[in-house]
Design a protein around this ligand. Structure first.
Ligand code: TRP
Length: 322
């Protein structure tokens, strides 16, 4: 029997190529090997997104994104978190066995506090709801980006604690974090992240790609000079994701021995990023013409996900005594 995989993304902000290579691509690559469930974390989004029409629009946007990158509803149960309201019930039960000092050690909480942000109770409780998402579906494996590692450890801890108090109930989930040798660098050479405004959107049009790539700062060595530190050059780092074979070999030569202008290097990169994104963009535009199909996928996925969650909750309620 295949193991169960579950993961989700919040529908806040448009996905960028860092999200894709860091996490979302895995969802597609793994859907043959696992019994896959992928969802849109719209309850989690309310911690920061408090406009109903924005939230429902971006929920559908993310559904389109998932389908466009190749999530196949005949292999993966694709659903909205809110179609499984039982997760909030389970989160409440978990709240009652989770201490505040433990949640205060979470990186996300500490970061927000360090920045003096206003922290709502939902944000503080974020890891507990996430544990409920994972554990209610008996997921063995949770593919995610590096930034989610601690959250998945929290889910394991909470599962262990519940099992200890109420008896063996939950599977201890494991994180599957891509050991990307290279974190995906953004336009400023730092980790690509929507907070840093250094992203290339996953469905960017040709113009946006060009503007983004040409905004990358490079050194001012003459064209003919070798570029000894090319491996730390942001443009070169992006080539390693999008440029392959002889073309990459030539670019590498040009950096090592000189003779390649940054303009040329950037032109090649723009061409290759565009070649990668174009089919995704087209697929998404196609899907957008048939929103009934998209709604239907979510409805069907929601029913399946809910049925499986209800089965878990029956057990949980019995053990807790409610
Ligand atoms: N925290 C995840 C993110 O920000 C979204 C998420 C919510 C999630 N629940 C989850 C991911 C359960 C994996 C499993 O992207």
């Amino acid at each position: 029997m295949k193991k169960r995989l579950l993961s989700g993304v919040k529908p806040t902000g448009r996905p960028h190529i860092g999200n894709y290579f860091g996490a979302m691509k895995q969802f597609v690559d793994l859907q043959d090997d696992y019994e896959s469930m992928i969802f849109i974390a719209n309850y989690h989004a309310i911690t920061t997104m408090q406009n109903g029409s924005d939230l429902s629009a971006s929920t559908l946007d993310l559904a389109l994104d998932y389908l466009a990158i190749g999530i196949d509803p005949s292999k993966t149960i694709l659903f909205k978190q809110s179609d499984v309201p039982e997760v909030t019930e389970l989160a409440w039960i978990f709240n009652c066995i989770t201490t505040m000092p433990y949640l205060m050690r979470a990186h996300a909480f500490k970061d927000s506090e360090a920045k003096n942000k206003e922290i709502n109770v939902g944000l503080f409780d974020y890891p507990v709801l996430m544990a409920a998402d994972i554990l209610i579906q008996n997921a063995h494996i949770v593919p995610a980006g590096e930034d989610q590692r601690q959250h998945i450890e929290y889910a394991r801890d909470i599962a262990e604690k519940f099992n200890r108090i109420f008896g063996e109930t939950f599977i201890l989930p494991e994180a599957k974090i891509l050991d990307t040798v290279k974190t995906i660098v953004g336009l400023d050479g730092q980790k690509m992240s929507k907070n840093r405004n250094n992203t290339i959107p996953l469905f960017a049009n040709s113009d946006t790609i060009k503007k983004a790539v040409f905004s990358i700062t490079t050194d001012s060595l003459p064209v003919a000079d070798p570029k000894p530190h090319y491996e730390t050059d942001t443009v070169y780092a992006m080539h390693t994701l999008f440029t392959t074979g002889d073309e990459l070999a030539n670019i590498t030569e040009g950096y090592k021995h000189g003779g390649l202008s940054y303009k040329e290097s950037k032109d090649t990169l723009v061409k290759n990023i565009d070649a990668f994104i174009a089919p995704l963009r087209e697929k998404r535009a196609e899907l957008e013409k048939d929103m009934d199909y998209v709604h239907n996928v979510l409805t069907e996925g929601g029913k399946k996900a809910r049925a499986s969650a209800q089965a878990t909750m029956e057990q949980v309620r019995g053990k807790v005594g409610v």
